[in-house]
Design a protein around this ligand. Structure first.
Ligand code: CP3
Length: 362
């Protein structure tokens, strides 16, 4: 027996934080809660910082990015901190000229117009190009480690990033992106491959810096594409990305927006936890995803603009749909909106805490 014990590799101890436990599908004393875009313009502390600093300066200065990351943790006591950055800065290292323009959003001055533009893109290591964010993760992990609050690292999925690279900014139609995908399939493959290389490297670097969970945001593939185009032009690349980051050993959240009609294909891309958007009831989504996957979601962020009595009903619906199963992380089904009242966020967090720590049916 002694020999057997000697040969048994050390298993990592089960985590104690409610968020990490839920990410692994383990029972937790209550439902963990954090919100996508929890650091942002709905918070007066954030708006005060933005008056003094441009978006990209906030992102690139480790002390400032760490401060913004911690603001919602101090204000509301969320169970996880998502590092303050954006999905687009990694494009700068590849050669894109990115800016965030007030009232407009992200803008890329040298967008991709022809196959040649793909071939000049670089794939430098994140340790060189994203040093500010990696240092911010180190600072936040040092601060939150003793409080057992995990840090979430993140990146955009290749389609979502390609859409900004080709459109030069936000879009409703994705016409340029889809036209490029259909007219230049070989260049599309090369673009998606380079994006996978850069994002996989960046996500692994975030884990080395102290992130203990990763989230991949595929915000636009499901909005832009029908099922057959998704399976043909997106899924193989997402599979490669999720496969590559498995090696980090940390739980990965796959948040794919707008995929209700083919959620099984999004799940098949990979990821341990499935982020569910606000379109399907969580009950329906989880049954389709399969209970072997933990899920995260999925309050409609607009519910946070409604009076408390309505917000409470909607919040309880999400909790009831999860039915107290292990592996539910409460979140919004897309980012918190700018005009969200701070008080609604506070009440939401308190209510989810209270209701989910009661034993038995409510
Ligand atoms: O969640 C967090 O608190 C972490 C920070 C974070 C931001 N963007 C900060 C941000 C994260 C995780 C993102 C992800 C992101 N960025 C996505 C994927 C998630 C989603 O919402 O679908 C996308 C598509 C983007 C691209 C992006 N960034 C857009 C379209 C915009 C403009 C619209 C907007 O909300 O302002 C941004 C800007 C942005 N990213 C802001 C913040 C706080 C606002 C910048 C400002 O202060 O002016």
């Amino acid at each position: 027996m002694a020999e057997l014990a000697l040969n048994t590799p050390d298993l990592p101890a089960a985590p104690t934080s409610v968020f990490l436990r839920a990410c692994l599908g383990l029972p937790a004393e209550r439902t963990p809660i954090w919100l996508m875009r929890q650091a942002g313009r709905y918070m007066p502390e954030y708006r005060a910082m933005r008056e003094r600093h441009a978006m990209l300066d906030l992102i690139r200065t480790p002390e400032l990015a760490a401060e913004v990351t911690l603001q919602p943790i101090e204000a509301f006591g969320f169970d996880a901190a998502i590092i303050f950055s954006d999905i687009l800065p990694p494009l700068v290292g590849m050669g894109f000229e990115l800016d965030f323009i007030g009232g407009v959003g992200p803008s890329i001055a040298n967008r991709i117009e022809r196959p040649y533009d793909v071939d000049v893109l670089g794939t430098p290591p994140a340790d060189e190009t994203m040093a500010g964010t990696l240092e911010a993760i180190r600072i936040v992990a040092r601060e939150l480690g003793p409080r057992d609050v995990p840090v979430i690292g993140f990146a955009g999925a290749p389609f979502t990033l390609a859409s900004y690279a080709i459109e030069g900014g936000s879009t409703k139609e994705f016409a340029r992106t889809k036209a490029f995908m259909l007219s230049e399939p070989a260049a599309w493959q090369r673009l998606m491959s380079r994006l996978v290389t850069v994002q996989a490297d960046y996500l692994a670097a975030q884990v080395r810096a102290g992130a203990s969970v990763l989230q991949v945001f595929d915000s636009w593939a499901g909005r832009a594409l029908g099922q057959s185009d998704y399976v043909r032009y997106v899924q193989p690349h997402n599979i490669r990305l999720f496969e590559a980051i498995k090696r980090t050993g940390v739980p990965v959240i796959n948040f794919s927006l707008g995929v209700s009609s083919y959620i099984e294909d999004a799940v098949a891309c990979g990821g341990d936890v499935i982020g569910v958007d606000w379109q399907l009831p969580l009950r329906t989504a989880w049954a389709r995803i399969g209970y072997d996957h933990p899920v995260q979601g999925n309050l409609d962020p607009v519910a946070l603009l409604a009076p408390w009595r309505e917000l409470k009903v909607r919040t309880d619906e999400v909790l009831d749909d999860a039915a107290g199963r292990p592996g539910h992380i409460f979140n919004v089904g897309h980012g918190v909106l700018q005009n969200t009242p701070v008080d609604s966020v506070r009440r939401l967090v308190e209510h989810v805490r209270e209701r989910s720590s009661q034993k038995g049916p409510a």
